[in-house]
Ligand binder design. Structure first.
Ligand SMILES: CSC[C@H]1O[C@H](OP(=O)(O)O)[C@H](O)[C@@H]1O
Ligand SMILES: Nc1ncnc2[nH]cnc12
Length: 291
């Protein structure tokens, strides 16, 4: 199979990339189970890319049910080095309006029921996660939004994404609490992806599409799925244009990323002491560190 260096994970409302050409569906299996759906592999601007609908193309997986490890492992298997997530989010700040785009640079983890690591079973690794997204890739995403000058769409560079468990939306007390923390946006999916991508040495960045004001705003209705879907429909083609722009830059000027060597000093267990079954399971991540 040809190597695909660019991966895209589409969230709610972004179940396919219209501009993909020479499309092929690839079903993969991983030591961590099956990914959310088939990978849609094709070319964008003549470059191979792999697209995955995070919740499945029929949106049948809740955020808690998402097979995060399988999704990221399969991206690694395809050869992905740069991973862009397009996600719907609620706004926690007045000046971040529905239809705006945010490229967050921080996360707060409010999830409770998810496995966020490939490690364990005889191997311990602690990756650095102080800067949870690749700032160079995030810069490329933000620059792409800026270059396109999309009508009605303001860009917010940086910001903190609160990742909640869901599937129910927040209470007003929770929403106010996150605002008091200075957080910018809220969603249910990106934290685990960012962590696992870092462990898999894949550069990760989020293009967050603002769909609502969650439930804190006195002059706006509380978030509903209907509201999210309506705003996503208005913004889905913008998001795809941004991704196309990002791909163009990645092809001509692929950035260096600290993520690509994230495991270099992270693994504590001597590899010779790691159980064979674990080594086999993580072969893809460990290969370059095993003589
Ligand atoms: C459709 S309502 C809530 C749902 O939307 C966001 O999904 P994604 O991040 O995959 O775009 C949010 O995280 C929830 O999963
Ligand atoms: N208000 C919100 N809370 C959590 N996830 C969301 N996705 C889109 N809007 C959201």
């Amino acid at each position: 199979m040809k190597e695909i260096k660019i991966g895209i994970i589409g969230g709610s409302g972004l179940y396919k990339m219209e501009a993909l050409q020479e499309v092929e569906e690839i079903y993969l299996d991983t030591p961590f189970g099956k990914p959310s759906d088939a990978f849609i592999v094709g070319t964008l601007e003549g470059t191979p890319v792999a697209f995955l609908a995070r919740h499945g193309r029929n949106h049948h997986l809740t955020p808690t049910e998402l097979p995060f490890r399988a999704n990221i492992y399969a991206m690694k298997e395809l050869g992905v080095e740069y991973l862009i997530s397009a996600s719907a989010v609620g706004s926690l700040q007045e000046d971040i309006k529905p239809l705006d785009m945010v490229v967050p640079d921080q996360f707060i983890d409010r999830t409770q029921q998810r496995i966020s690591t490939f490690f364990g079973e005889g191997i311990v690794a602690h990756i650095a996660f102080g800067d949870p997204v690749c700032y160079r890739l995030a810069g490329i995403v933000a620059n792409a939004v800026e270059r396109l000058s999309l009508p009605e769409v303001a860009l917010h560079r940086g910001g903190t994404y609160v990742c909640m468990e869901g599937p129910a939306f927040s209470t007003k007390a929770e929403s106010s609490l996150y605002r008091s923390w200075g957080a910018s946006i809220i969603g249910m999916t990106n934290l685990q992806e960012a962590k696992l991508a870092r462990e898999a040495e894949i550069a990760y960045a989020t293009l967050a599409l603002v769909t609502d004001y969650d439930c804190w705003h006195p002059e706006h209705d509380s978030v509903t799925v209907e509201m999210i879907v309506e705003n996503l429909h208005r913004n889905a083609s913008n998001a795809q244009q941004v991704i196309q722009e990002v791909v163009k830059t990645l092809v001509t000027r692929p950035p260096e990323s600290d993520a690509h060597s994230a495991l270099k000093y992270a693994i504590l267990t001597p590899l010779a002491q790691v159980p064979v079954a674990t080594k086999e399971k993580l072969q893809l991540l460990l290969a370059k560190y095993i003589e």
